[in-house]
Design a protein around this ligand. Structure first.
Ligand SMILES: [Zn+2]
Length: 129
């Protein structure tokens, strides 16, 4: 059995790692099997994704995630947005690829793999000599 908690703060997680006490979190319930990182769990009609698992204490910390409609896509955004959970990929600048090339990456929030195409726009600035 794993106890599932959410609404944690990173600093509380550090405390937990140090002294094993779970503080300032919301308890969601028990799970009878060990979740894996990025597993989707449902509690109270909401979907959560497992982000931290402690096997010694049999505790998992999860974050609420959105589940977007099948077929969702985002086009010509400044940052890549996960089409599964809608989270902006803060490390978009690390994505590689030539202009118009289709590539794949993994969402940093929900772990789903999605396809992306980088569009590179070339602009010109001109000055008088
Ligand atoms: Zn996602």
């Amino acid at each position: 059995m794993y106890s599932i908690y959410t609404n944690y703060e990173t600093k509380d997680l550090h405390d937990f790692m140090k002294n094993g006490e779970v503080a300032n979190t919301t308890y969601l319930g028990e799970l009878n099997k060990r979740p894996d990182i990025y597993d989707k769990l449902n509690f109270n009609g909401k979907t959560y994704v497992a982000s931290v698992i402690n096997d010694e204490k049999k505790i998992a910390f999860v974050e609420e995630t959105k589940v977007l409609e099948e077929g969702t896509k985002f086009e010509y955004e400044t940052d890549a947005i996960c089409p599964y959970c809608g989270s902006e990929q803060s490390d978009s600048w690390e994505l590689s690829g030539d202009d118009g090339e289709e590539k794949e990456t993994e969402c940093g929030s929900c772990g789903e793999e999605f396809k992306y195409i980088r569009s590179i726009e070339v602009t010109y600035s001109t000055y008088q000599k």
